[in-house]
Design a protein. Structure first.
Length: 459
């Protein structure tokens, strides 16, 4: 087709050609995104290898680093001592061998032999009231006798809980793992019963975790999709200074958090742009800076011409605020200096928003920034405060692994146990406590307080 002589027609054809190329590019991206959403996780989502990848292994020279070696155990930890005797003759020439010295080698090994206990439970009767009384050993988890006398030990039950809730193993895999490693026969159906029982025993600890959440100076909430009996639900995670609390609710909204902390909670809330958290009007809010930086990156990926200016300015301003935080922290600045810098950055952001935005994506971003104008630089008002909700996102990750393995919970009781036990395991990690030991002690009724609120309740 010949090029038209009319300048206006030529410009129109060029415009049509540019739009068709743009549509083709966006269609390709949409198809790539659709295919990526149907694929499994890494490594398939990482894309092709880099043309010039970094050399694997340690760096040469001063950056080589130190080598880590397993240290020998102290003498009091040695359980076995074996001798590797010399052979009767040299394996090369058959000559006589004279011993020169004895060297030591150490191993740490997995105990493969299971422990089977028998308790002689002494049963009696009260002389005064005639009530039946029986003894209780510290290693027992139940007073049941008769048909229920054969039970699983507390450490074994705690291991089932940890393998399911922290490692993400399905109940069938837990059963096979215990059989293959230790020769312990536990049916698949027994594993969820152990989990439900542990959840009931850990309920007082969960109540203390909720109290620690209610009295926390700051909280970082996040949520992810979940399922109960195949129906959609939401798993919520709330990270505070002392504890991490989980809850499973049919709704994504902050209703469940409001039940725990109350609508008049006046701490600092660090969260993403989910507007349901705006109901806590007495709290200070810190919007997640990382979410905003990623949103600006997404705009820059499709923006053309002058539309790239606003996202870049927003990113530059946010990064300048983060640099201010690092500088003020290093200098040990006074609170008045922090507040002045925060006010200056907020004013600069307001000035960016005053200019009209013709690009639809930029206009939507500007509206979001304006709606939360005073919530982007709160980390410059409260020294030491996080600028992102990374704590909650990390707390969500183990639950996402569990969801990929077994999809969620089959019953409401299982969902309750999921929330209780994951809260206890995560808080044990925050408190530098062994989750295995704590759950085992709880099942035996000998657990000490995990949090101050629980200590007060136990008095």
């Amino acid at each position: 087709m010949d090029e038209p002589a009319c300048p206006g027609c030529r410009a129109l054809l060029q415009r049509i050609a540019a739009l068709e190329a743009r549509v083709a590019e966006l269609t390709r991206r949409l198809e790539d995104a659709t295919r990526a959403g149907k694929r499994q996780a890494a490594p398939f989502r990482k894309g092709p290898p880099q043309d010039q990848p970094r050399t694997p292994g340690r760096k040469a020279g001063a950056a080589h680093g130190t080598h880590g070696h397993r240290q020998p155990p102290p003498p009091e930890q040695l359980d076995e001592v074996h001798h590797a005797a010399l052979p009767p003759a040299c394996p090369d020439c058959g000559g006589r061998v004279d011993e020169t010295h004895v060297a030591c080698q150490y191993q740490v090994e997995l105990p493969r032999r299971s422990v089977h206990r028998q308790f002689h439970v002494h049963v009696g009767q009260c002389r005064q009231c005639g009530q039946r009384v029986q003894g209780r050993h510290p290693l027992q988890t139940s007073a049941a006798l008769g048909a229920a006398a054969a039970q699983l030990g507390p450490d074994l039950q705690a291991a089932i809980v940890v393998l399911n809730k922290r490692a993400g193993l399905a109940h069938g895999k837990i059963s096979r793992t215990l059989r293959d490693l230790f020769g312990i026969s536990v049916t698949r159906g027994a594993c969820p019963q152990v989990v439900l029982r542990a959840g009931r025993h850990c309920q007082p600890t969960y109540t203390a975790i909720e109290e620690a959440t209610r009295t926390a100076a700051w909280l970082v909430p996040d949520e992810t999709g979940w399922r109960i009996g195949g129906r959609p639900a939401w798993l919520h995670a709330w990270v505070g200074p002392q504890a991490t609390c989980y809850a499973i609710d049919p709704k994504r909204s902050a209703d469940r958090l409001q039940v725990v902390i109350g609508r008049d909670w006046d701490g600092v809330l660090i969260h993403d742009g989910f507007e349901s958290y705006d109901r806590f009007q007495q709290a200070l809010h810190q919007q997640c800076v990382a979410h905003l930086l990623r949103r600006a990156d997404e705009l820059l990926a499709s923006a053309r011409g002058g539309a790239v200016r606003f996202p870049r300015q927003v990113q530059a301003l946010l990064r300048a605020g983060l640099a201010d935080r690092a500088r003020l922290t290093t200098a040990g600045a006074e609170p008045e200096v922090w507040e002045t810098i925060r006010w200056q950055r907020t004013v600069e952001l307001a000035a960016l928003l005053e200019r009209p935005k013709t690009h639809p994506g930029n206009a939507a971003l500007a509206g979001h920034l304006a709606a939360h104008l005073d919530e982007w630089f709160t980390f410059l008002e409260v020294p030491g405060l996080d600028a992102t909700n990374w704590r909650a996102e990390q707390a969500i990750r183990p639950a996402v692994v569990n969801r990929k393995v077994w999809g969620g919970n089959r019953t409401a009781a299982g969902a309750t146990a999921q929330a209780v036990l994951t809260s206890v395991l995560a808080t044990c990690q925050r408190q530098a406590r062994s989750a295995l030991d704590y759950v085992s002690q709880t099942l035996r009724g000998w657990a000490t307080a995990l949090l101050p609120a629980q200590a007060l309740a136990m008095r």
